[in-house]
Design a protein around this ligand. Sequence first.
Ligand code: URA
Length: 439
Amino acid sequence: MFLPQEVIRRKREGEALSEQEIRCFIAGVTDHSVSEGQIGAFAMAVYFQGMNLDERIALTCAMRDSGQVLDWASDPLPGPILDKHSTGGVGDVVSLMLGPMIAACGGFVPMISGRSLGHTGGTLDKLDSIPGYTTSASESLFRRVVKETGVAIVGQTGELAPADKRIYSVRDVTATVESIAMITASILSKKLAEGLNALVMDVKVGSGAFMPTFEQSVELAQSIVQVANGAGVKTTALLTDMNQCLASSAGNAVEVREAVQFLTGEYRNERLLEITMAQSAELLVSAGLAGGIEQAREQLQSVLDSGWAADVFGRMIHGLGGPSDFVERYDDYLPTSAIIKPVYMEAEGYLAAMDTREVGMAVVQLGKGHTVASDTIDYGAGITDICRLGDRIDPSRPVAMLHARSDASWNQAADMLRGALTVTEQVPQPHSLIYKKLS
Ligand code: URA
């Protein structure tokens, strides 16, 4: 007989749980026969005792199977099903380019994304700045757009990994979020429910990263790679730098604008280009769409140069309800802020460090409503033209442009941004852009 308290006791004592025990516990979470108190106790036991690889795989698969798993076999797609996931960052707009680039190279990307969390931006909030675009598409529309254009980016429905939703809400209020085993299962249960053949994971490192230290970022990346491969999805992970804003902009509409400019070739920030290329190339190789990383990069460059990736992006936007000429006329459609002004610093020297978490909080501050919680997000708000580590700083050169709805909001964000930047007399040592690859 299955008794949740017995499973919790065994985990509390540091014993390894069987696949059957984990499946029963997650089934109980899903049908609510396991209480919130029991979920909290289980999460705390896992937090302290951890889980071995077999347990993590069993937990991930049980959570994946707690809801709908997309099945592409009944109406097969003529190419591999691929996706990426990032642990979140500031100015991390990679998904908006990677999806169309992979689609243009023959992959299919049914990307189910999330919203902003804390200081990090969310792909869905960015897409919500496009008039008409629906991030809550029906399953049939989602499938049709994936099939016809090769990529669709939408939000999670209640039917996808419902056990994760319940467990996460308990972890959030019981100080048990920071468990590698549970973060792994939480992230992967949702991604693997997309019915993928291959996945690339971007685990951020640095002042704006979700994991607080390099060692913990490595540990999470290792766990995700081992569990996802163990669950049958070919997965690699890149540990990438989040010691500064990744793109030149951070916000919603401002990042969409940068993504379109990237795809059309109008403007490409080199750091963003390198990270997007590296992740996309991993996916093409994992899926067998390219023989090696160099070949993959050539294919990706060619779909950028030919405009094919930009065309796929435009068709995805239109397929999900946005304007048919969005790529051509993005500036006519994207919202802007009332106040757009440069920020200066008094210091002179080189930009040596950026508290990227604080920069993300400045973006959150700019985007939020006036006073009450029901105020809507200001999609036009954000930061553009942000300086980079190593840049020469002086009082006559703006460190960024701030887009705000009011002077008060602008002033507050400007103070936060200035406080997040460290200027020194010496030229700083550059950080690596990609620290490590795990496969
Ligand atoms: N993101 C998730 O989806 N789950 C976690 O547990 C942490 C980050």
